[in-house]
Every structure is written in C-alpha cells, then in structure tokens.
Design a protein around this ligand. Structure first.
Ligand code: ACG
Length: 529
C-alpha cells in the first residue's frame, strides 16, 4: 500500500525464487511463504464442511482431515487450494445449528468436538502457515446461557446489587427505545430484555464493566489456545443504532486484543453503507460488502463491463480505508453464509465465476472465499426463505458423511458443477482454476500489498491499475469481455506509463506484449512489468 502504510507486523518478507509454472509465462518469481496478514482466507461453516464421526454434522476433526485439501503446507505445490487462513463459523456450545447464539463461551459445542480438537486443528494449521480465526459473537448470547438465567433471576428477585442484574440490556415498561426489539423478562411483568435478532438472543450490556471483562477473557482464553484472531459478528449491534459508542467499544477492545497478541488478525462484520463501515474501520478491518453479491462492484463489472468503475473503486476504497486506519486493509469477498451463493448468479458456463474470482482475489488486502465457492456450489434462500440453503453440505464426492443442515429445501439436482473428487481429476475444473488463481496472487506480493492507481481506457471491458510496492511498479489489467482485446497500453490519458514484459496471465486466454500493444485473451487478467 502507500509508503505511509504501517503494517501491524513486519513488512512482507516474501522470498522469491524462479520456477517454471503451468500457466502464464515460464520464468517468474514465486512466493515461498507469507508472514503477514495479507492472506487469502477461507470461510468454513463448520457444521456443513466435513464430518469425521458419521453423525451427519461437520466437525473440527473433519476440518483436520481436510487440511491437505485446503493447504498441504506448500503454497506452490499446485496440489491444494493454497488458502492461508481459515475463519470458523461459531463453534461454542449453542442450541442452534448455526451457533450464533452461544450458551457457553468456554465450551466447544459437542456437535463439533472438544477443546483438544481445536488445539490440534490450530497446531496443524500453524504447521502449514495457515491462520485460524474464530467467529466471536459479542453483542448477544443465547437465552440458554447461564449469564442470562442469572440475569433473569436477579430481576425476578429485584437483586440490583447482583452483578448479573446489569448483564443484559433491559428496559422498564414505557422506557423501551424505539427501533429496538424487547421481550418480557420471565417472571417480571413490567421489565423487558432486548433481543434485536431474536427472542433467544438477548443483547449483552457493555455499560457493565463485568460484561466487557468477561468478553475480553473469552478472547484471551482462545488466544491462549493459539487462535490468531477473530471475525466479530454484527459489530454495529454492540450499542444498536449508536455507531459512535460501538466504534469506541471496538477501539478499546482491539487495543486490549493487540496487547495480548500484537499480530492478531481481526475482521468485523458491519453490513452497512460504506460511510458507516468506514467509521468501524478506524477500530478494526471490516468486510467490504460493496464489492460482494449479485449487484456488487465485482458482479456488475463482470456482467456489464466498465472495468474502470471497478478499478476506480479499488483505488478510492483503498485510500478511504487507509485514511480511516493506516493499519487497515480491504477485505473483499463475493458471498458468505448469509448470502445466496455466487454460482447461482455468476454463470459458470459463461466463465463469470472465474472472472469474478480474478477481480476480487487479485485485489488489495485479504480476500475471503466461502467454502464450496471454489467448486461452484449453489445455494440460495429460495421460497422457503431459509439461510440453511446457503449453508449446504460441502460436495466432496467421496465417503464424507456430512449432511445438509436442518431446514434445508434446496434441491440436490440444482448442483450441476460436480464435486471436489470430480474436479480434482479435471485439469480445467473451477477448483483447479481457484488453485492457480491463489498461486498467481501469491507470485506478485504487490497485488495484496501495493498502492493502486486506476487507469482509464477507451474500451469498456478492458482496464487496469498501476500498483506500486517497494518502489517497483507493475500493471494489473483485466479483459472482462468474451473476445480478445488488442490495446495500446499507453493510450490512457491519466498516466505516463510503459511496460516491457508480461510477467503472467490467468483466465480463458493468453496475453502478449508487442511494443506498446497488449493482446489479451477473453476473460483474462495479466500482470505487466
Ligand atoms: C450476522 C451473522 C449471521 C447471524 C447474526 C446474528 C449476525 O453473519 O449469520 O445470524 O448473530 C444484519 C446484521 C448482520 C447479520 C445479518 C444476518 N449477520 O447487520 O450482522 O443481518 C441490511 C442491514 C444489515 C443486515 C442486512 C441483511 O443494514 O444490518 O444484516 O440487511 O439482513 C445494502 C445496505 C445494507 C443492507 C443491505 C441488504 O448493502 O448497505 O445496509 O443491509 O443492502 O439490504 C444468525 C443466523 C441466521 C438467523 C439469525 C437470527 O445465522 O440464520 O436468522 O441468527
């Protein structure tokens, strides 16, 4: 990123070697290892990923068993996906299948395994230089949590001196805040607790120091076990409808986390218009929702062109993030467990998925892949209006016994792109494309870490960025059209540029440079020096 950019941990001391690759040009630098946070992450919805004990529910040992699929320890082997970080959806004791309502923050849910399994998973991930971050739901717990039961008792007894009396957000009759959801505290006729997501998800009260300390200790406990950081759920709900106080909370919480672990990898979920999210980025990196989904920046660029809209966005957003927080970085993704899967709208037959993957994985910061995206799994809420359809069992195509979550209505026959097993056998599969794409990104440290400047060309479906990193400049160009494009690379009004060499390309075609004339195949991205 920009020269003023201060990285939280040491600069990317990426080692380079020369290697003959299976795609793009022949000789090119390859990153051997990554020791900063500019990583490709993989979101695992734990119950749906891989089942080790035959009960149909994915578990931690299932993930351990699949590590060779995710990262076999050599990011250049070409034999595993090569992701460098894993986000685990909530794993703590919970009555629901999704586990966003936590009954005990210190207990791994029995469906998923034990603390020993978590430790083993972390150790094995670290052996492969894969970070593990946990989903941490701070704003609410389950109503099954002992804390909530103690809160209810304290209110029933009018025991205001009891520390649990203030543990959750509550209001007396007539004092409810507008726009917040309330439910009667059992046994208390005129007192209500707040539950903005659901009645079984009471909102914790961060005006109580005891709650703050409790949740800091939870983070400390898991950092102590070796986790690398957290994905913070629903960050704008710490103080609902009061961004200022929620942002202040995260500034303090993050300072305390960095005290425990200076290189912690943390990312917040603030599903909001950009201006609101940028406030939270002052405290913690946040997912970039603008780039994601069917109507987001990437999908629009792939489907209807104007690459300049996308490259301008990258430049502007990177600047805004850096202004909000010099230690911040963009966190791009296409979909997650709350969204319809991208294979449903980015048509595989038209290579839209591949092009979308190029645009978001070859972008600054740390992109997140949603499990199954790399094999083109589908899943959408549908008429049943259930999130379970967005969290279907991973299609391994082998003996894995993992099953769809309860409530699923998605028809299996709609899955048309095959399984992991099938795609591993097929050189041209989407899975192999993702594997090559991640390796491609790793080859050019500037893509994740450099400072982007957008270039404008006459052709709508062609465009790119100049990327400056460590005083070197590369060009990253994309042709999103279904035809090859030939373009004078200097024909941009906005910068005085020249390139001498193609360093690599990835997509449906090839790329070559003859003087200033770049010829780039359909739906292809190229790096020039
Ligand atoms: C998180 C988790 C989710 C989980 C919970 C509760 C929170 O990822 O799995 O649900 O622990 C809102 C919240 C998010 C929340 C989603 C589900 N996700 O902000 O934290 O709901 C608007 C609102 C957003 C809202 C979004 C989707 O502003 O706040 O997200 O809609 O409903 C533009 C606008 C943007 C707007 C969008 C969409 O982008 O800029 O503001 O967002 O358009 O209109 C768990 C389970 C669920 C269960 C729930 C009760 O996983 O299955 O239902 O608990």
């Amino acid at each position: 990123m920009k020269k003023t950019f201060v990285k939280r941990i040491c600069a990317a001391a990426v080692l380079t070697t020369m290697l003959v690759s299976t795609f793009g040009c022949t000789k090119k630098p390859v990153v051997d290892s990554i020791d900063d946070n500019y990583r490709v992450f993989y979101e695992i919805f734990v119950g749906s990923f891989s089942d080790s004990d035959g009960d149909g529910t994915g578990d931690l040992r299932g993930i351990i068993n699949r590590l060779d699929y995710l990262n076999d320890g050599d990011i250049n082997s070409g034999k595993s996906l090569g992701i460098q970080g894993i986000w685990l959806s909530p794993i703590f004791d919970s009555p629901s299948y999704h586990k966003y309502d936590c009954a005990d923050y210190y207990k791994i849910d029995e469906d998923f395994g034990t603390e020993a399994d978590l430790k083993e998973l972390i150790t094995k991930c670290h052996e492969r230089n894969v970070l593990v971050i946990l989903d941490l739901v701070l704003n609410h717990s389950s109503d099954d949590n002992e804390w909530f039961k103690n809160f209810c008792k304290a209110h029933q007894n009018g025991d205001t001196a009891n520390v649990y009396y203030e543990f959750y957000q509550y209001a007396k009759e007539g004092e409810q805040l507008p726009g917040h959801a309330y439910y009667r505290i059992p046994g208390c006729p005129d007192e209500y607790y707040e539950g903005n997501f659901s009645s079984d998800m009471p909102e914790l009260n961060y005006d109580s120091d005891a709650v703050y300390q409790c949740m800091l200790e939870v983070a400390q406990h898991y950092i102590g076990l070796g986790v690398d950081g957290f994905r913070f759920d629903a960050i704008k709900y710490i103080y609902m409808n009061d961004n200022e106080r929620s942002v202040e909370f995260f500034k303090k919480y993050m300072a305390d986390i960095y005290e425990m672990k200076p290189d912690a990898y943390c990312v917040g979920e603030c599903w909001s218009p950009q201006a609101e999210t940028l406030k939270y980025i002052e405290a913690v990196n946040c997912f970039d929702f603008q780039i994601s989904q069917a109507e987001g920046i990437v999908a629009n660029c792939v489907k209807s062109g104007d690459v300049a809209v996308y490259t301008n966005y990258l430049e502007t957003y990177q600047d805004m993030v850096q202004k909000a927080n010099p230690d911040g970085m963009p966190i791009s993704f296409m979909s997650n467990h709350d969204m319809d899967r991208m294979a449903g709208y980015m048509m595989l037959a038209k290579n839209w998925t591949q092009m979308a993957a190029n645009l978001y994985i070859l972008s600054p910061g740390s992109p997140f892949i949603y499990y199954g995206e790399e094999i083109g799994m589908k899943g959408s809420r549908g008429a049943a209006n259930t999130d379970a359809n967005r969290r279907l069992a991973m299609l391994w195509g082998d003996e894995d016994t993992v099953d769809d979550p309860i409530g699923t209505t998605y028809e299996k026959k709609k899955q048309t792109n095959g399984t992991v097993a099938g795609q591993l056998e097929n050189e041209d599969s989407l899975l192999n494309y993702y594997t090559k794409l991640i390796a491609f990104r790793n080859r050019f440290p500037a893509i994740a870490r450099g400072d982007y400047k957008s270039l404008k060309y006459r052709e709508d479906k062609f465009g790119g960025s100049l990327i400056t990193y460590n005083d070197e400049v590369i060009g990253l160009f994309h042709n999103t059209s279904e035809d090859p494009v030939t373009v004078d690379i200097t024909s941009t009004g906005s910068a005085d540029i020249s390139f001498k060499e193609v360093l690599g390309f990835i997509g449906q075609g090839e790329a070559s440079l003859d003087g200033n004339t770049l010829t780039i195949g359909p739906q292809t991205s190229v790096v020039l020096k």
